[in-house]
Design a protein around this ligand. Structure first.
Ligand SMILES: NC(=O)c1ccc[n+]([C@@H]2O[C@H](COP(=O)([O-])OP(=O)(O)OC[C@H]3O[C@@H](n4cnc5c(N)ncnc54)[C@H](OP(=O)(O)O)[C@@H]3O)[C@@H](O)[C@H]2O)c1
Length: 280
């Protein structure tokens, strides 16, 4: 496993396991499988409804807590200082842990400055080891970085070969914020796993399209958290540290960038209405 060093000196695995769209019931088994094949970083969120499943796996896995890196996210409806703080205590309880490695603001809506102050406080008290954001486009991220005490350690945004976030990445580097990808396979959209460019590069290295796509992000200094409910795919997705893409491979994949979301835009009013209407 390779690691990145966050701006507060904390080490984070460059590859972890995401549990979006995994039911609470299935989550314990999935996370136990993932840990058994070598994953140490787990990405959940209050909105996923499966923090308890993750917590059960943390309690049962037999791996010392300090070897794990647990991320959760504060949902929009828990926005604001008081609510965010209470929700984080609830996340701790569900995750069955005394501290959380990384807490992110899930979306830049509602009173996220208030949420961030609650996170800064918990960070100073020591029960959250790192704080950051998710889905903050460069405009929101720059604003936040300039008006908070603790600069976000991470910004988790949609990032994959079709949406490489080159401009966002430059601004994250400028503000020392670690770029983390969500949806490294674009959830399979655009015929992701049979893409001819990824397949051809994969054949050269005896790797799958999925492995090439993850390797591309890792070599671009982007943290990845692929999701799979299948153990054999979990194994496939973590086996990306025994090969390297060369310059020609990287250039060919860079050319695949369509520079737009395959999911949604925060600049689209219907997206904002949909997200701010969701309650958890
Ligand atoms: N912050 C945010 O707003 C946000 C948004 C979305 C996601 N996330 C985080 O990012 C993580 C990853 O993103 P994601 O879950 O949306 O999508 P993803 O990782 O891009 O794709 C997951 C899909 O790919 C399939 N898959 C996985 N490995 C495969 C392989 N080797 N070959 C073929 N198919 C494969 C999975 O199917 P099976 O499960 O059936 O194997 C699943 O359908 C999430 O779990 C979550 O932790 C965060």
């Amino acid at each position: 496993m390779d690691y990145v060093m966050l701006n507060n000196g904390i080490k984070m695995p460059i590859l972890g396991y995401g549990v979006y769209q995994v039911s609470n019931e299935e989550c314990e088994r999935c996370v136990l499988d993932a840990i058994s094949v070598g994953y140490r970083s787990i990405d959940t969120a209050q909105a996923y409804g499966n923090e308890e499943g993750v917590g059960n796996a943390i309690a049962k896995c037999g791996v010392p807590r300090e070897e794990l890196f647990i991320t959760t996210k504060v949902w929009i409806s828990n926005g604001g200082y008081e609510k965010a703080k209470a929700s984080l205590k609830e996340s701790l309880r569900k995750l069955q842990t005394e501290y959380i490695d990384l807490v992110l603001i899930h979306q830049p809506f509602n009173d996220y400055y208030g949420s961030y102050r609650a996170m800064e406080e918990a960070y100073k008290e020591g029960w959250i080891r790192g704080i950051g954001v998710s889905n903050f486009y460069p405009d929101r991220m720059i604003d936040l970085c300039n008006f908070v005490e603790v600069v976000p350690a991470v910004n988790q945004v949609e990032t994959h070969v079709f949406q490489q976030q080159k401009t966002a990445h430059e601004y994250m580097e400028k503000y020392a914020v670690q770029h983390e990808s969500w949806g490294p396979f674009a959830e399979g959209r655009n015929d992701f796993f049979t893409n001819p460019v990824l397949i051809e590069i994969g054949q050269k290295h005896d790797k799958s399209a999925a492995q090439v796509a993850l390797r591309f992000l890792i070599q671009s200094n982007v943290v990845v958290i692929p999701k799979s409910s299948h153990k054999e795919r979990m194994i496939e997705n973590i086996n990306v540290f025994d090969f390297a893409l060369d310059e020609a491979d990287m250039t060919a994949i860079q050319a695949m960038d369509e520079n737009q979301s395959l999911f949604f835009s925060h600049y689209d009013p219907t997206t904002v209405e949909m997200m701010t209407g969701l309650r958890r």
